[in-house]
Design a protein around this ligand. Structure first.
Ligand SMILES: *[C@@H]1O[C@H](CO)[C@@H](O)[C@H](O)[C@H]1NC(C)=O
Ligand SMILES: *[C@@H]1O[C@H](CO)[C@@H](O)[C@H](O)[C@H]1NC(C)=O
Ligand SMILES: *[C@@H]1O[C@H](CO)[C@@H](O)[C@H](O)[C@H]1NC(C)=O
Ligand SMILES: *[C@@H]1O[C@H](CO)[C@@H](O)[C@H](O)[C@H]1NC(C)=O
Ligand SMILES: *[C@@H]1O[C@H](CO)[C@@H](O)[C@H](O)[C@H]1NC(C)=O
Length: 511
């Protein structure tokens, strides 16, 4: 049968009407990435029924929960790897975080996730915490791929005043605003609770989004990092918690859960949801000094124990092939860049050699992870941060058995291969912090300079097995040595006195 074009104009009209529909269906998905701050393993409802997170529980129950997923033990490093798809040793940022007065940022020659998504035709918006450097304007989110930015540049601040206090190199403690809309200082938000303020901004972006263009929303919530602050009403369900810090923290988690509920409601109301992939992830383990808990995992934020690096995360999307499943495949925060750029139909052209893998098939279809190895970190300058109650000090003992393999086992490092995890040097606070409200328990015993755990069968890192598996130890030390040879020199500059915003200014670029 021939379509008689000239005599059947109605078909042409009909086809023209259908074009936007076809385009809508083939349009790459919206990507919403919600990053929680210092959110611990034991702090989500589906790991701990004492904590009320109905939105996170329901979203993840109809999505894919990632239960063998890793992040870096600190804020800047996880964000750095999310944005670059590369290990910290490959950006020179293997040590600590960027402090407010340090003159450096993620190297400008790195091509960041929002740049790649923008190149793939996305609108790119960021709301929340940057913490990837800001000493000069070229380092700001708006110069690194985001069309818009509303949020703060340093690592933490007051939830209501949006003021950050930090000692200057002169030792004077400076308290100044850290809140920006684009590159401009944002005033007039004093008193608005950060979790609600940031959510309001995200909801506005969603309402204004042109549905014919795919969007990338990076929502880096302040919650639930210290200081412990939350409007009273969020603490109401937690009157039974005796420890006041834990009670405040639990309230902050509830506010964050409500934020995620509001964001997904806005996506549904605008009709964007049916073509959206939402990722929820923490940036590192919980900080036990500030109400967080990683029970029953060992250690906490900053450490390379599982409590520092095994992260809460899930993906929710109508586009998942196997919704309502739990993934136990090995995944890492550096995997998001190739995964999300792949979903966007974009190209990785211009990136430096990636350490991340495209893991969409693993998440969506349940296939085996392409990742068998994970370098947690190598940081020769490591020093612990915060008091560690009876936590087992690093061993300064030499262990001659391993000296011929080339890797300095006094160096703070950890690597995962399949079920095995090897740690060297002092991994950070080694305590098994007790379950909140439960009886106090274990002190960590003396540590060895080289420690091996089968974290598949022993996720609590209780049975150290290096003596019975010397060939595994040797293999992993060789792998560490191999990685260390590819490391860039550490960049961790002295604080620059010119960072001082003065008594009335705001933290921001000074160079
Ligand atoms: C969620 O939305 C409700 C209704 O607009 C609002 O009252 C509440 O403050 C919002 N919660 C957060 C955390 O933004
Ligand atoms: C997505 O939602 C819009 C608006 O509700 C609807 O028109 C469209 O058919 C939906 N697309 C799919 C693939 O479900
Ligand atoms: C990759 O980028 C370079 C430099 O921007 C360009 O010359 C080249 O054509 C690009 N290649 C592909 C496959 O897009
Ligand atoms: C091994 O690493 C430790 C800790 O970083 C350092 O103090 C020591 O000098 C290093 N030893 C050698 C031989 O490089
Ligand atoms: C547990 O230890 C902490 C700090 O040492 C102490 O404040 C608390 O009272 C102890 N709790 C119990 C149940 O022993």
């Amino acid at each position: 049968m021939h379509v008689r074009k000239c005599t059947r104009p109605s078909i042409v009209v009909l086809l023209l009407h259908m074009i936007p529909l076809f385009r809508a269906e083939s349009q790459p998905p919206n990507i919403v990435f919600i990053l929680a701050d210092d959110f611990g393993w034991n702090d989500v409802g589906y790991h701990n029924s004492e904590i009320k997170t109905p939105n996170l529980d329901a979203l993840s129950a109809t999505g894919v929960r990632l239960e063998n997923y890793y992040v870096q033990p600190l804020c800047t490093p996880s964000r750095n790897q999310l944005m670059t798809g590369r290990y910290q040793i490959h950006t020179g940022m293997q040590h600590q975080i960027i402090w407010p007065c340090q003159p450096y940022c993620v190297p400008l020659e790195e091509k960041l996730l929002p740049q790649l998504l923008r190149q793939a035709g996305y609108d790119t918006h960021m709301v929340g915490k940057w913490h990837l450097g800001m000493y000069r304007k070229d380092c700001l989110p708006t110069r690194r791929g985001f069309d818009s930015f509303f949020g703060y540049l340093t690592g933490s601040e007051d939830y209501f005043s949006h003021v950050r206090c930090h000692p200057l190199p002169s030792k004077l403690t400076r308290c100044a605003l850290d809140l920006r809309d684009g590159e401009e200082i944002a005033t007039g938000y004093e008193g608005q609770y950060s979790t609600e303020l940031l959510t309001e901004k995200v909801v506005k972006i969603i309402s204004n989004q042109d549905p014919r263009k795919p969007a990338f929303l990076y929502v880096a919530l302040q919650a639930v990092h210290s200081p412990l602050q939350v409007p009273e009403r969020y603490m109401a369900p937690y009157a039974f918690i005796e420890d006041p810090r834990r009670r405040l923290y639990a309230g902050m988690v509830s506010a964050m859960d409500e934020a995620v509920g509001n964001i997904t409601a806005a996506l549904r109301e605008t009709g964007l949801w049916n073509n959206t992939v939402l990722v929820f992830s923490t940036d590192n383990g919980g900080q036990t000094l500030s109400g967080g808990s990683n029970w029953p995992l060992r250690g906490r934020k900053v450490s390379l124990w599982e409590g520092g690096v095994r992260g809460v995360a899930f993906v929710a999307s109508p586009l998942l092939q196997r919704p309502g499943t739990v993934s136990r495949e090995l995944l890492h925060v550096s995997d998001w860049l190739p995964t999300l750029v792949g979903l966007a139909g974009g190209t990785l052209n211009g990136t430096k050699p990636l350490d991340g893998f495209n893991v969409w098939k693993t998440i969506s279809h349940g296939s085996a992870s392409p990742r068998v190895e994970l370098l947690h970190n190598i940081d020769p300058l490591f020093v612990d941060m915060g008091a560690c109650p009876g936590g087992g000090e690093g061993s300064s003992r030499e262990d001659r058995r391993w000296s011929s393999l080339g890797f300095n086992i006094s160096v703070h490092a950890a690597i995962r291969y399949s079920n095995w995890k090897l740690l060297t040097g002092y991994p950070g606070c080694a305590v098994w912090f007790p379950r909140p409200g439960g009886p106090n328990s274990t002190r960590a015993g003396a540590l060895k300079p080289v420690m091996l755990f089968d974290v598949e069968s022993d996720p609590e890192e209780r049975a150290e097995v290096s003596d019975s598996h010397p060939s595994v130890v040797e293999f992993l030390l060789r792998r560490l040595n191999h990685h260390q040879k590819t490391a860039l020199p550490i960049v961790f500059p002295e604080e620059d006195p010119r960072c001082d915003p003065g008594p009335t200014g705001a933290w921001g670029p000074w160079a």
